[in-house]
Design a protein around this ligand. Structure first.
Ligand code: 5GP
Ligand code: ZN
Length: 117
């Protein structure tokens, strides 16, 4: 069922604390932790605790959780002390999505090119 934990999902396992992560912030509905392969000095993943495969399906299925992810992303950036940052939701393998549990990348701390690659 949409929103339920998935046994084979890496990020559901991180939410369940079955796999360790460097947690930056935890709220009732979100978890923020450092990316294991950082692409910038600040690279934090913000995820909803509920499982949806991508950002759009999260927004459709649980709009409150989607809003909480965005709010948490802003708080993480503030906590990191960065003024400028980028929030990225890769959607689909062709766009670089490798983990199919919705997540925001919060990237900052270096020059961020626009348009991105
Ligand atoms: P995607 O490519 O799906 O947009 O982002 C998935 C991200 O998860 C990648 O940036 C990858 O480095 C990160 N990642 C993959 N496995 C782990 C893990 O076990 N722990 C953490 N903290 N990050 C992970
Ligand atoms: Zn999941």
């Amino acid at each position: 069922m949409a929103g339920e934990p998935q046994a084979d999902c890496l990020f559901c396992k991180i939410v369940a604390k079955e796999i360790p992560a460097t947690i930056v912030q935890e709220t009732e509905s979100t978890l923020a932790f450092r990316d294991i392969n950082p692409q910038a000095p600040t690279h934090v993943l913000v995820i909803p605790k509920v499982h949806f495969p991508d950002a759009a399906s999260l927004a459709a299925g649980d709009p409150e959780a989607a809003a909480e992810v965005l709010r948490a992303a802003g708080e993480v950036a503030e906590g990191e002390g960065v003024e400028s940052y980028r929030i990225v939701f890769n959607t689909g393998a062709g766009a670089g999505q490798t983990v199919f549990h919705a997540h925001a990348h919060v990237l900052a701390g270096r020059g961020l090119e626009w348009p991105p690659g």
